[in-house]
Design a protein around this ligand. Structure first.
Ligand code: UT7
Length: 331
């Protein structure tokens, strides 16, 4: 017997293009404070959020994803038919099956790309980037589209003080493809299911429907805040170490945009030098879960804070608890 032929992939993978979609409806703190007995000052002090965006009915998960993906494809100079695989990270596509990724792949005009959704909450985008990198190096795909997209406003209780001011909507996308040099460092990822109850859908669909409600998100914010601020710094440093770079060689820090105080606490704990530019998209976009990292990087590029070729550290964390971090070269 001669055995099987091994699949051979590219020597390295890299981000080739970046895209974003920000919903049209801007929602300032003043619009939500009455329903949760809060204030603009409390929200800004505790979270850094000044406003967020909530999608209109027309801005569906698919519409936002396709817009962000087209942006990323144009940025990469890649045609949709060159995409072999579409990975969509989301927890707010409310149709459990089929995966929204197949409809997105079709609308974009890929030639029957493999397409599936992944559920790793706020860490979903970084999980998708890690998988895409390994698919390309393993020979399963040549170009992969990774989309992080959320319409969290659909599953957020507008009267819940712990979540109503945080969660928001949007989409970000990257094209991942072969490269001469490493453009995506080794992923450091994991989960802590013992604390799965800290952020969760409040109840199952049947339970919610019986009460005539959506199964909204619920979060014990403070324990998540403490976990993210301390444990995730170690994960970030490990990702730098595994990529073989020091904090002095880092150009940009793009953590999940969960809370401005977490962003600052992580930068302090990791002792990031002053010259490292830090993503602060949360002030204008709120917490968009799987979409927050590509959205934040897109803003940094647009504002001239990040440029092509820079090194950037991603750290993502959230419900599960699930987390993932990696160093990338900015496309
Ligand atoms: O994306 C997935 C991962 N998610 C995160 O990483 C989110 C992590 N958590 C957080 O961002 C923060 O925990 C929050 C922003 C959600 C809350 O900030 P906190 O500093 O942890 O506040 P807290 O829950 O400890 O509450 C402090 C005080 C309490 O009052 P007392 O007991 O000190 O009198 C709360 O009752 O603030 C009160 N409070 C509010 N006041 C006005 C809680 N929610 C509100 C509110 N408006 N919305």
């Amino acid at each position: 017997m001669s055995g099987l032929i091994a699949s051979g992939g590219a020597a390295h993978a890299a981000l080739l293009g970046l895209g974003a979609y920000r919903p049209s409806r801007i929602v300032p703190n003043s619009e939500i404070v009455d329903a949760i007995d809060s204030s603009d000052e409390w929200i800004q002090t505790r979270s850094g959020i000044k406003q967020r965006r909530w999608a209109t009915p027309e801005e569906t998960v698919q519409v936002m994803s396709v817009a962000a993906a087209r942006d990323a494809l144009a940025d990469a100079g890649i045609d949709a038919h060159q995409i072999d695989c579409v990975i969509v990270a989301t927890v707010s596509h409310l149709m459990q099956t089929p995966a929204i990724a197949t409809a997105i792949a079709h609308e974009l005009g890929t030639e029957q790309a493999a397409a599936f959704d992944i559920s790793a909450a706020c860490a979903g985008f970084c999980h998708g980037v890690a998988m895409a990198s390994d698919f390309i190096r393993g020979g399963s795909a040549r170009h992969v589209l990774v989309i992080g997209v959320e319409r969290l406003s659909d599953i957020t209780d507008r009267t819940d003080r712990g979540t109503a001011f945080i969660f928001a909507d949007g989409a970000g996308a990257v094209v991942v493809g072969p490269s001469d040099r490493p453009g995506i460092g080794p992923v450091v990822w994991g989960s802590d299911g013992e604390r799965a109850d800290l952020i969760m859908q409040r109840e199952t669909w049947p339970e919610a429907l019986e009460r005539g409600e959506m199964p909204n998100l619920t979060m014990q914010g403070n324990p998540v805040f403490r976990w993210a601020s301390f444990a995730m710094a170690k994960i970030g440093l490990e990702a730098l170490d595994r990529a073989g770079i020091t904090v002095d060689e880092l150009d940009c820090f793009v953590p999940h945009q969960a809370n401005m105080r977490i962003v600052d606490a992580l930068a302090r704990s990791m002792k990031l030098p002053e010259q490292v530019r830090i993503a602060r998209d949360i002030a204008e976009m709120g917490n968009t879960s799987a979409a927050s990292i590509p959205l934040a990087l897109e803003r940094m590029k647009r504002d001239g804070e990040a440029k092509s070729g820079d090194t950037a550290l991603f750290i993502a964390f959230g419900a599960g608890l699930a987390y993932a971090a990696q160093v990338v070269i900015v496309p």
